[in-house]
Design a protein around this ligand. Structure first.
Ligand code: HEM
Length: 418
């Protein structure tokens, strides 16, 4: 096997969303061996490579994620690092949250949140949409699960939830803040789990109770800390959808005709718009796994235990699948159903037996709910730098996507919802 002399971590960090696809295009391949974070790493892009990556005969997740990600984004011992039966047991609970009745309950908590925004935002002047949406999502997420959070506590736990995904991949003090936030959030939820376990059983238990009673593959209760880690696996990403809400607002700011179209409440258009936001805009650059055994693929020798990363953003922009992938065109989703390996903003393959994100349905629901709200209120977008900063993880508009002069037409749903 040829030795890889140079480590390219800095090149990857300089262009995290495009590095792998660029290298693959240059070499005219779907995968190559590289040295990243000091380790030999298989870099993959495209639908065929995604199919390989999600094949559990070849890849597993145990020990795959670098420690800095486990200590911030995922949590140590979380289901992201499990395989086989142990993974399936925990994933089943996540998937059972995604039924229609459960999602309807999330939708009504969101409605309540937007109603409060409609009252408060007109008095805010100019503000960051990203920051304003975060506590709305944090409160809705906690209510949905059955965790009550006081008005005083809300800003603090919103900060922890945001920091765990927003600071995790940054160097220096921001990364340390993400570690600290996880520490505080796990401590908070460990206590919440202990209290939930001490309560008598009820006929219709909340998601909090269900998570508190999670068992491992031997039928033993998870430790309260591990149950807290899995609760954070719901709360943290629900708040992270704020990034997609910002991207939806960004797309509407650049294309006012779409804002007007979405106002008509045409469900098909709204659906296509949301999917295109998830495809077009950068969020998670890649997913990570480990080779379960040694094998060959496309002339590459992959050795057991070596790390592999799948390029999510590049796969969603692969010109072999997407016509003019750099253009924002929601119409591409009308009448075209991409496969589970072509369209992978939240991972690919199977939900239950694979590592594909269980939160796609609530993500889409939150985005639709936020877009309906943003097309219902009037606001202006003051002059600012709307370029997407592709060096930031997660990427965001450089100017922060600020809005101002929010105005609510005093009729319709506000009265209805309140
Ligand atoms: C903000 C939008 C979201 C994005 C961009 C996103 C993205 C992802 C990605 C890329 C993965 C990894 C796939 C892989 O490893 O192959 C993942 C896994 C996961 N996501 Fe999401 N996600 C989002 C929202 C959510 C929501 C709302 C929830 C929970 C309600 C959630 C819970 C999870 C969990 C628990 C996993 C681990 C799944 C497993 O390992 O089996 N995510 N997500």
């Amino acid at each position: 096997m040829p030795k890889l002399l140079f480590d390219h971590t800095l090149d990857l960090l300089a262009d995290p969303y495009r590095y792998i696809a660029r290298q693959c295009r240059r070499r005219q391949v779907d995968g190559f061996q590289d040295r990243l974070l000091g380790r030999r790493t298989l870099c993959l892009t495209g639908a065929r490579a995604a199919e390989l990556f999600y094949d559990a005969r070849y890849f597993e997740r145990r020990g795959a994620a670098p420690e800095p990600l486990q200590a911030t984004l995922f949590g140590k011992g979380a289901l992201q690092g499990l395989d086989g039966h142990a993974h399936r047991i925990r994933k089943t609970l996540f998937m059972s949250m995604m039924g229609p009745a459960s999602l309807a309950s999330l939708a009504s908590w969101l409605e309540l949140g937007w109603t409060q925004c409609a009252r408060q935002w007109p008095h805010h002047g100019r503000f960051s949409l990203y920051q304003a949406v975060q506590p709305v999502l944090a409160r809705a997420a906690c209510n949905w699960i059955g965790i009550s959070v006081s008005d005083e506590m809300l800003p603090r736990c919103t900060r922890w939830l945001v920091s765990m995904y927003d600071d995790a991949a940054s160097p220096g003090w921001r990364h340390l803040r993400a570690r600290w936030s996880r520490h505080r959030a796990e401590r908070w939820l460990t206590e919440v789990v202990r209290q939930a376990r001490a309560k008598p059983a009820t006929a219709s238990p909340s998601w909090l109770t269900m998570f508190s009673l999670l068992e491992d593959e031997q039928g033993r209760l998870l430790s309260p800390r591990l149950a807290a880690v899995e609760l954070l696996n719901v709360l943290r990403p629900l708040v992270a959808v704020a990034v997609f809400v910002v991207f939806a607002a960004h797309a509407m700011a650049l294309r006012p005709q779409w804002r007007a179209r979405l106002k008509d409440d045409d469900e098909r258009m709204l659906d296509a718009f949301v999917q295109e936001v998830r495809r077009h805009y950068p969020f998670f650059p890649m997913a990570v796994a480990r080779a379960r055994r040694s094998f060959q693929w496309e002339g590459l020798q992959i050795s057991k235990g070596q790390r592999a990363v799948l390029d999510l953003y590049g796969t969603n922009h692969d010109s072999r699948v997407w016509r003019h992938p750099e253009l924002f065109q929601p119409e591409r989703f009308l009448g075209q159903e991409p496969t589970a390996f072509q369209f992978i903003p939240q991972g690919g393959g199977q939900h239950l037996d694979g590592h594909r994100c269980p939160g796609e349905a609530p993500t889409v629901l939150i985005m639709k709910s936020a877009i309906r709200f943003l097309t219902w209120v009037e606001y202006s977008v003051p002059p600012q730098n709307l370029r997407i900063d592709l060096k930031r993880l997660p990427a965001l508009p450089v100017g922060g996507m600020e809005i101002e002069q929010v105005h609510v037409a005093l009729h319709e749903r506000l009265v209805q919802v309140a």
